[in-house]
Design a protein. Sequence first.
Length: 372
Amino acid sequence: MSAVETLLLVSAILGLLTGLSVVVLSLTWLERKFLGRIQMRIGPMRVGPFGLLQPVADAVKLMAKEDLLSSWVDRVVYWVAPLVVFVPTFMIWVTIPITRDLVIRNLDMGLFYIIALSVLSIVGLVTAGWASSNKYAVLGGFRAAAQLISYEIPLILAVLGVAMLAQSLNLENVVNSQGAFSYALIQPLGLVIFFVAGLAELGRTPFDIHPAESEVVGGPFVEYSGAHWAVFFLAEYINTFAIAALTVLLFFGGWLFPGLPGDVSGLGVLVFLIKTYLVILVIFWVRGTYPRLRIDQLMSLGWKVLVPLAFVNVVITSVYLFYGWPAWSLSLMSLAILGTAVWEISRRMRTAPTPEYTVRLYVPSSEASSAG
């Protein structure tokens, strides 16, 4: 690689980091305003017009905040853990295309690269809890590992279903193969599986088990503050943008839109961002309206519902491709299986027995003897 190519690559990576940082600032403002509207509040309004400078103020506060460090932590692992979470989150954007020409490296095995790197963040969460030398942080790290490993399986299988339809692991080829009909219409079951598993991968409501403040006082991040905690926060929102972008690329045609030329970069960027931010609003909407699942409910949903449905999705996609059936046949099969699964879950929730609780009054032996 020549010096000019190296300089261009470094410039592209720095530009990507800057762009993602701006996106994170916009997402924090948008989430607070959107959740405020859902909950009949106005959201941030004090700092800047319409509160637009509130994310900047929060970023400055986090960078200037004192970074407390307990004396019993493993310092090296403690400092490295946020980077282990952030670096894979950032590196997957190397091959995620905004448009056909706006991508750092268009890899033929792009989907494989994204899946392989995204799972590395689990190591960072576990090491963050372990290095903190705090039992609640360790518990949060183990919860994160159990949750993310469980939901990684249906996520990968949903991506596999799309790759089978596109006959490629190249994201540009996946987008181009959708044409006038997005894969959301052809494979709605895969879309639901990918979206739900993606929410669980993000650890956002209703899947925020590992950072559940009411249970484990902040999860694996409980001993972090200041800039180190901000790195975890930055990685979470970059991951949110990545899941929304992948949802658009895999199921909603990416930068393509019916009636608009796909080779115009300006229009492609606008279409891609509009679609991505609409998916992000759905993610925020879920957070504002659904309560958190219990740990047993979360694991049951992953292993008893999503994993079997993901395998079924791969099977019906294989049958559809092998026999060369029309696209509407796969749509009907997906909708039938999805409707059956939703009906069965609703039926079991309605007929589930109400748990019985027994209250026992503890009386100290001294009081019991005196009362007798």
